[in-house]
Each structure stands twice: as structure tokens, then as C-alpha cells.
Design a protein around this ligand. Structure first.
Ligand SMILES: Cc1cc2nc3c(=O)[nH]c(=O)nc-3n(C[C@H](O)[C@H](O)[C@H](O)COP(=O)(O)OP(=O)(O)OC[C@H]3O[C@@H](n4cnc5c(N)ncnc54)[C@H](O)[C@@H]3O)c2cc1C
Length: 377
């Protein structure tokens, strides 16, 4: 393979460009916006291993984490830091479930350790609130989502060979037509390669649309999340933090103790909310999230789940949050079946890769690696 065309400047498209270049393949990279504005720059930047289902999902996340770490040595601007996470229990039922998780056969692989309150506060002194204990996951890590696509592109451009095309970034080009081994953008230019990769995220009505419409049951669906960012906190939050509600959603915690969890407050249940909290490099806190599956999605953000998430964060931190300085919503593409992500052939030499859902930032380097392994075999 000599030349690949990648459509989509999000993390999935960019990781495919990185994988291609690492194999010496020339890349033309199209993005319809002036810069990526999709899920990849709206997320927490959590490289999240802890809650993955045992087996292929955990293996994919572990492989991806290794690749992120290796990549960070070449591209420190991704902001990768192996800070781990604490999932914090505030009552006995949540603590009981954390104990079950800490006893899983693959607990060591995930870097799980059950901590009492003093031990958790020692690892993360920012947790000054009331809680019952916490599960440390040493494998979890953090990157800076707003910086990652640009940092990876800068790296690809800087490591261009002196001769040959290497890497060509074409923002503001929307791919509108697919042909074998080629796509046409809205300016009329055709881009040809041995392989064309459509990494178009949650855009289901564009070039991926006719292909997705061929399925009897849609293989992917769109999910909308609400997020916020505060002004910088005056102290360091040394790990990512999750609350007990996160135990309801991640498959690793589908253990007997889940049935004993108290019902969520109505606003959290109605929005499938969980608290995830990550400190950015500038000290600000990214806080989320909610989940909405019903289209058409709201075009505005709803304050009620934000009130809930802020109160939860303040309960764990034991102090008031700094003022909120940004709120946004994001939409990701998620498979509807058991596959970890969706990859299919749209036309000869044209593949669609989408649907990693809430694990897309985490798994993107390993998904890209698998794409090339599949296409080269
Ligand atoms: C709020 C939120 C929080 C999340 N948190 C995490 C997290 O902490 N950890 C984690 O692992 N995952 C997380 N995720 C999931 C993760 O962000 C996504 O799975 C991942 O970013 C998907 O990447 P992508 O490149 O496929 O999609 P996108 O980032 O949406 O990129 C697709 C790109 O394709 C472009 N495009 C579409 N059609 C065309 C076309 N025809 N021509 C040219 N360009 C086109 C779009 O403009 C867009 O830039 C989160 C998602 C959201 C929304």
C-alpha cells in the first residue's frame, strides 16, 4: 500500500493517518470543517481502561493505552499522563460493588486496588469531601482532547520525508462522493488511494449515509452528552475521578452488587448521568456527563443535570467548584450490536470506520492499528 486517503479530522481519522505514516504510506487527510469540531475535541480525554468488559474490550483498551503512551513520547503535546483514576463510593452499596470489582480475576491487569478513605485522600488530596472508599485504577490515563488532533497533525507534518508527499492536511474539504479507491470533495477534486478510510464520526447522512441505509437494522446510533468546564481549581486533582453512578454503566461493574445500588436521583436517572471529573493542564475541571439517545436531540443544554453533577463534584471535593466557564454538548457514534466499533467496506478500496462510542478516544490508536492489520492481511 502506497497511498491512503483519510476522511475526517477527528481522533479516529487522525490515528489512521498516524498508523499509515508509521508504515511509510502517504496520506491525504480531508476534514470538512476548518478544524475538527466533533466528539474528539469535546470529550474528557480519558484513556479509560477500568470499566471495560473482560475479554476483547479490555484487550483493545489495553493495547490502545500502550499505543497512546508510546505516541506521547513522540508527541508530548498530546498531554498524556498516566495519572490513574479513583472511582469514589459514597455509601455501603457502592463500596460493596467496588470490593467485588477489586476481586475480579483481571483486577491486577486493570491496576485495581480498593482504598479506604485515608489512602484515597493520600493519593488524591483534592478529595476532601465525604465518601466511603475508592477504587484506584492505575491503568487509566488522561490526554488533552482539544490539543490531540492538532498535536498529531503537527507531528505528522514535522516528520514529513524531505522527498515525496508524506502527509497532506486538507481542512475545509467535505467529501461528497465515493468511487472505488477514491472520494470527491465539494470543490470537485478527486482524491485517490490504495485505500480510502471514511472516519466521519456521527455524520450518518453524508457519504456514509447510503451505505448505512443498506442495513436492515442500523449498525450504529448517535448519543448526545452534556459537559462543562470550570475555571482553574486552586489545587491539583491528581487522578481522574468518577462517582458511584459510573458503576451503573461500565460493563466491568456488571456484578451482583450492582443490583443493590440505591436508585439515582430522578434528574440523574432521566439523563443517565454519571460524574466524571478530569483536571486539565491549566487547572480547570472538565465535568460531565449525561446520555441522550432520543433524536431529534435538544439544540440547547439543560441546566438540571448540570446542577446535579456540580453538587456531586462538590460533595467529593468537599468545597465549592470554581465558576463554570464553558458548557457544551457532544455527539458520538456507537455500535448497536456487540461489536466494539463498526468497520465495513463501502466500495472497493473504501472502508467506513465509526461507532466506538464512549470508548473512542481511548481505543482510537488500536482501532487504527487493526484497520491496517485487516487491510494488509
Ligand atoms: C462529550 C463526550 C465525551 C467523551 N468522553 C470520552 C472519553 O473521555 N474517553 C473516550 O475514550 N471516549 C470519549 N468519548 C467518545 C469519543 O470522543 C469518540 O468516540 C471519538 O472522538 C470519535 O472520534 P471520530 O474521529 O470517529 O469522530 P469525530 O470526532 O466526530 O470526527 C469525525 C470528523 O469527521 C468530519 N467529517 C464528517 N463527514 C465528513 C465529510 N463528508 N468530509 C470531511 N469530513 C467529514 C467531521 O467534521 C469530524 O471532524 C466522548 C464523546 C463525547 C461526545
Amino acid at each position: 500500500m502506497d497511498r491512503v486517503v483519510v476522511v475526517g479530522g477527528g481522533v479516529l481519522g487522525t490515528m489512521h493517518a498516524v498508523q499509515a505514516r508509521s508504515r511509510g504510506i502517504d496520506v491525504v487527510h480531508l476534514e470538512r470543517e476548518a478544524g475538527p469540531r466533533g466528539a474528539s475535541v469535546r470529550n474528557f480525554g480519558l484513556i479509560w481502561v477500568s470499566g471495560r468488559a473482560a475479554g476483547p474490550e479490555l484487550a483493545l483498551a489495553q493495547r490502545a493505552r500502550t499505543l497512546w503512551e508510546e505516541l506521547a513520547m513522540l508527541v508530548p503535546a498530546t498531554g498524556f499522563r498516566a495519572h490513574g483514576s479513583l472511582t469514589v463510593a459514597t455509601d455501603d452499596a457502592e463500596l460493596g460493588l467496588l470490593k467485588e470489582a477489586a476481586d475480579l480475576p483481571d483486577a491486577a491487569e486493570r491496576g485495581f486496588e480498593l482504598l479506604d478513605v485515608p489512602a484515597a485522600a493520600e493519593i488524591n488530596p483534592a478529595l476532601r469531601g465525604e465518601f466511603a472508599g475508592a477504587l484506584l485504577c492505575r491503568q487509566d490515563a488522561i490526554v488533552e482532547p482539544r490539543r490531540v488532533p492538532g498535536a498529531l497533525r503537527d507531528y505528522l507534518i514535522a516528520s514529513q520525508p524531505t522527498s515525496g508527499d508524506g502527509y497532506e492536511w486538507l481542512p475545509g474539504r467535505e467529501a461528497i462522493e465515493v468511487a472505488p479507491h477514491a472520494v470527491r470533495d465539494h470543490t470537485g477534486s478527486w482524491h485517490r488511494g490504495d485505500l480510502v478510510l471514511l472516519c466521519t464520526g456521527a455524520a450518518y447522512t453524508g457519504i456514509a449515509g447510503p451505505h448505512l441505509a443498506e442495513y436492515e437494522r442500523p449498525p450504529v446510533r448517535r448519543v448526545r452528552l452534556q459537559m462543562l468546564e470550570t475555571a482553574p481549581l486552586d489545587r491539583r486533582v491528581t487522578t481522574a475521578v468518577a462517582d458511584g453512578d459510573s458503576l451503573r454503566y461500565y460493563p466491568a461493574f456488571d456484578l451482583p452488587g450492582r443490583a443493590r445500588l440505591a436508585p439515582q436521583p430522578p434528574v440523574a436517572a432521566a439523563t443517565a448521568a454519571q460524574l466524571l471529573l478530569v483536571q486539565r493542564l491549566d487547572g480547570s475541571l472538565t465535568i460531565g456527563d449525561t446520555h441522550s439517545y432520543q433524536v431529534p436531540f435538544d439544540f440547547d443544554v439543560d441546566e438540571a443535570p448540570y446542577d446535579h453533577l456540580r453538587a456531586k463534584a462538590e460533595q467529593l471535593l468537599g468545597s465549592q467548584l470554581p465558576p463554570v466557564r464553558r458548557r457544551w454538548a457532544g455527539v458520538y457514534s456507537q455500535t448497536t450490536g456487540p461489536e466494539l466499533y463498526h468497520r465495513s467496506q463501502v466500495a472497493p478500496g473504501v472502508m467506513l470506520v465509526t461507532g466506538p462510542g464512549g470508548r473512542g478516544m481511548t481505543c482510537s490508536p488500536a482501532v487504527a492499528e487493526e484497520t491496517f492489520a485487516t487491510c494488509e492481511s
